[in-house]
Design a protein around this ligand. Sequence first.
Ligand code: PMP
Length: 426
Amino acid sequence: MSTAGQKIDEVEAAVERLVSQSLADLRADFPALDQQVNGHPLAYLDNAATTHKPRQVIEAVANYYERDNSNVHRGVHELSQRATLAFEAAREKVRAFINAASKDEIVFTRGTTEAINLVANAWGGEGVAAGDEILITELEHHSNIVPWQMLAQRSGAVVKVAPINDAGELELEALADLLSPRTRMVALNYVSNTLGSINPVAEVVRLAHDAGALVLVDAAQATPHLAVDVQELGCDFLAFSGHKVYGPTGIGALFGRAELLEAMPPWQGGGDMIEQVSFSGSSYAHPPARFEAGTPNVAGVVGLGAAIDYLECAGIERVATHEHELLNYAEGRLREIPGLRIVGTAAEKTGAHSFVVEGVHPHDIGTVLDSFGVAIRAGHHCTQPLMERLGLVATARASFALYSNHDDVDRLIDALLKLTELFGDG
Ligand code: PMP
């Protein structure tokens, strides 16, 4: 049994190892990457859908179940106290990861989708009136469209949509024109999951605040690739998912400015979110507990904490530089493929290239590439209105992570060349 001192030494040694390793060496930390698919080594380029997990995250989750498994915030016994400490320590890691002012501004959710639904219900339930406006953009994922449409249906509010140009960049002037005294919320993604466009979020926040509106940032595709700082952005809410930053599925976080969370009613009732319950009525706990009814995903939270530790050791700036270089390399190589068109050519991009190949349905691209062990995504990427705007039904998308390398891109290109041979002469 290791003592606390030994444990600290072990952790420090692991951190030292991570920090001193090159990103290329870190690939070995991800067991799922080391496998054959359809007789080929896996080239995993579907990271915008979900990332693989390093051993450090898998072990943190296993250790939690093996040693500390217990309910949080309730028991006085040793295991419950350990679980609670680990749970709250992870909240502090999330706070630091996005530079929130206080860890009370961090609510654990199932992911980005649940975080947005939480705001649309709890914030939206209070005082969004008929005729009020919610402004989103053409780039949004369904999870940043549908909850607002549902709120609009309940309240009589109106959902307006800011346009993009053909490159997939937000039209800022048009967005500014759509802001009005009735705009209550501007909800937009930081990075488009389909096109990889990086939105000028700080600028949008300034415009929205000048118009008296709040801003919710869907950072699901930003946190894996960029340093995200909620205070620098000035946003009011921000959501992200653990599974896209090398953490477990089913866990994510909502940041909300303290005074906003404090003023919001709960959206789910149950254990852990109350102050006092009687049959004549109940009073509610302060945030973040007010928004965390029921037994939380403790193992997920612990795994998310380990994932944030991992990403910080890898160095988000170093990851961003590496991925940027790879994105450029991939762009150059994709242009070698006859009949291929990159969809989404914003000046500021990260994480992904969407593309179409003349005469080949994106699903066929995905299927043929899979037969060569190359995993990409094909479809509407949960952005059907964006597809409609682009005049497409689907695209193929290759998306990158810190462990992606030139070999993955070369494998993608080789498989695409074979695809064009297959489909070439009809
Ligand atoms: N927003 C964006 C931009 C996304 O890429 C995704 C996931 N594809 C989501 C929201 C939803 O995230 P989750 O499914 O983890 O809740």
